[in-house]
Design a protein around this ligand. Structure first.
Ligand code: HEM
Ligand code: HEM
Length: 226
């Protein structure tokens, strides 16, 4: 058995920060009132993280790149139907079924964070872009944020954690350890992700760029009338 680096440090930090932020987002909206200030801040952080993840999916290391886990429907079906463990174990990084859940989680978090910018709580808290749209539209987007996207988030996270538990208990495959240490044990030779400090610095620069973009959008002010 050999250790192969699968998840680079940026992906691991991205994942566990995302988990912490989603917990903060759910708790703060339960408390409401002044806690919504932190709901907003955590939401901006998620937006920057997802933007970073999209860039990292294009320019990141081997297993982080979307091209390494975009599978055709026929591959996904073959994977689901495969009885042979060998076929199931051929995939490093996100497997064909897992990739569906990754894309769904990322897309829904993006929709949730963007819709949050246009949401209001009918009392004191308006998202920073509410001022650009009508109250009616903001109410509709708030409904999407609270009822559609938030519900979907709970469902997707529950499925995500259930799938990981299933792999652990039924298939004796620990997916969580690689998401912490970065390494997966393999009996075959497999190319490792280039988790070098150079790549980590690139990730930091991309994250800073995304944070600056979010800061800019959040602080947009309406054009004064000429
Ligand atoms: C708020 C809760 C969570 C969210 C939003 C979330 C989101 C995600 C996302 C977006 C990915 C894809 C990573 C990437 O390539 O960018 C992922 C992967 C992963 N997550 Fe989570 N996650 C959550 C909770 C958890 C928890 C509680 C665990 C541990 C029990 C966990 C374990 C993992 C593992 C092991 C992977 C890699 C799966 C694989 O090997 O394909 N996640 N998660
Ligand atoms: C991915 C990031 C986000 C998540 C996971 C999230 C999650 C949630 C949840 C679960 C709710 C309450 C749903 C319910 O009442 O059942 C909520 C409400 C709300 N969120 Fe977010 N949110 C995010 C980002 C944002 C952002 C960026 C903003 C604004 C800048 C925002 C503003 C609001 C507002 C104004 C409400 C309505 C509160 C109320 O009516 O009491 N959210 N959010």
């Amino acid at each position: 058995m050999k250790k192969v680096r699968i998840w680079d440090l940026p992906i691991r930090l991205f994942h566990w920060s995302l988990v912490a932020l989603v917990v903060i987002l759910v708790v703060t909206q339960e408390i409401g009132g002044n806690a919504m200030e932190w709901h907003f801040r955590a939401g901006y952080a998620v937006l920057a993280l997802i933007a970073f993840r999209i860039l990292w999916g294009l320019a990141g290391t081997r297993y982080a790149r979307f091209s390494s886990f975009i599978y055709s429907p026929s591959t996904i079906l073959a994977y689901v139907r495969a009885h042979k463990q060998a076929l199931k174990e051929r995939y490093l990084g996100h497997n064909p079924l897992g990739s569906l859940s990754v894309f769904a989680l990322l897309a829904n978090l993006l929709a949730q964070a963007v819709s949050g910018l246009f949401s209001n709580d009918d009392i004191a808290n308006d998202g920073p872009l509410v001022k650009f749209i009508s109250k009616d539209l903001s109410d509709q987007i708030t409904w999407f944020h609270k009822e559609v996207s938030a519900t979907l988030l709970y469902v997707l996270v529950a499925l995500h954690v259930a799938a990981i538990a299933y792999y652990y208990f039924r298939k004796k495959q620990n997916l969580v350890r690689p998401m912490i240490t970065g390494d997966q044990m393999m009996d075959l030779d497999a190319p490792a992700a280039n988790d070098s400090w150079l790549m980590r610095m690139l990730a930091l620069m991309l994250l800073a760029l995304c944070a600056a973009g979010v800061y800019y959008v959040v602080n947009l002010s309406p054009q004064p009338l000429a």
